[in-house]
Design a protein around this ligand. Structure first.
Ligand code: 8OZ
Length: 359
């Protein structure tokens, strides 16, 4: 980022007031009975509307796509109504907001799925854990999706996009990162299929391609983006035998559909920025839309060093609701939180005060 973060930018159909993005952050505070956003969710996002673009926490597209207790969905009327209040609050402060569309694939537990097994490209259990509402538990053994079930998953993404539109979102982001369903299909570590969705890279990107077509059909390409994490093995997804080739193909798919933005986790999820020589540069050069750099950017200076058009901030946005405003003023930031990240109420969620400009 050569100049500064506080120039407006056009992203697809959206005019954004600055280049600060609130990264998607799972907070596990949806309603326990309906996985719905509620008044505290509205307040949380309203407080953060100084960002040029908010990417919401990952939100399951269907009951089957859920992998953790209390994550919100975008598949029921109650959820749509809850999100509508969120988008109205953000818009009332001149902000823009995209919802992240999520299917966890094998990263789930039967207790979160009414007893059903999680679904995956192949029946390989991850060495990973999830939170079941009481404790951390190993994820369950998944079953491999039948070929004829895949249209249903694509249709669930399409419906979720339609619900997002009805809820007033400006855009959607397809979650293809961090070892969840789409990422599980992309990599030869987790995808051992021998049908049209497995084997060569062209086949492993097919699910992403079909989902993207369905979502773009609803939202338009100018309101659709992607999240990827090529160099991360989060959730035990493993590292593909040819990461560069897989993600070059992913960018081809994104370009073929004319996607407005692509957010890249530049290293190990939640860890240091770290990629093989030229990796980030190649992705950025190949992608025709707006490149959003992510991972460990924590202040204005680090953001200026990013190779992106925009920079997304995760943890700093938890403890600094007015992060964009603070960065613009070079004001001090609250320290990164370690408690109350997942689950609970207002504490550590909506009780971080904005800077007192008159102090
Ligand atoms: C932290 C805890 C649970 C889920 C991701 C959606 O990594 C998540 C997530 C993060 O993308």
């Amino acid at each position: 980022m050569p100049e500064n973060l506080f120039r407006p930018i056009t992203v697809g159909d959206l005019q954004l007031k600055n280049r600060v993005v609130m990264a998607p952050l799972t907070r596990n505070r949806a309603t326990a009975d309906g996985d719905a956003p509620h008044d505290l969710t509205v307040e949380y996002y309203r407080q953060r509307a100084g960002a040029g673009l908010i990417l919401t926490e990952a939100s399951q597209i269907s009951p089957e796509g859920k992998g953790y207790a209390w994550t919100p969905g975008i598949h029921s009327d109650e959820q749509i109504a809850g999100w509508k209040k969120v988008t109205e609050a953000v818009h009332s402060r001149g902000g823009k907001i995209a919802i992240q569309l999520w299917h966890v694939g094998r990263i789930s537990h039967t207790s979160l799925l009414n007893g059903a097994q999680p679904v995956a490209p192949s029946a390989i259990q991850a060495n990973s854990q999830t939170f079941d509402g009481t404790q951390m538990v190993p994820v369950s053994e998944p079953r491999a999706l039948e070929t004829d079930e895949i249209p249903r998953i694509v249709e669930d993404f399409r419906k979720a996009a339609a619900n997002a539109k009805a809820a007033g979102f400006d855009a959607v982001q397809i979650h293809a990162a961090n070892g969840y369903l789409i990422d599980q299909f992309l990599r030869d570590t987790t995808n051992k299929r021998d049908d049209a969705y497995g084997g060569p890279i062209e086949n492993r990107v097919r699910l992403l391609d079909e989902i993207t077509a369905a979502v773009v059909g609803v939202m338009g390409a100018g309101r659709t983006g992607l999240r990827i994490s090529p160099w991360s093995d989060a959730n035990d997804v493993g590292i593909d035998s040819d990461t560069q080739a897989v993600f070059a193909k992913v960018v081809d798919v994104a370009n073929a559909h004319g996607l407005a933005f692509m957010e890249v986790v530049e290293g190990q999820t939640g860890g240091p920025r770290d990629w093989p020589e030229g990796g980030v540069e190649a992705l950025r050069a190949a992608f025709n839309g707006v490149y959003i750099a992510n991972n460990g950017y924590h202040d204005h200076q680090s953001a200026l060093e990013a190779a992106g058009d925009m920079v997304s901030f995760g943890r700093p946005y938890i403890s600094n609701p007015d992060l964009a405003e603070r960065l613009a003023m070079n004001a001090p930031l609250n320290p990164l939180p370690t408690e109350n990240l997942y689950g609970g109420g207002a504490e550590g969620y909506t009780d971080y005060p904005p800077l007192d400009r008159y102090a």
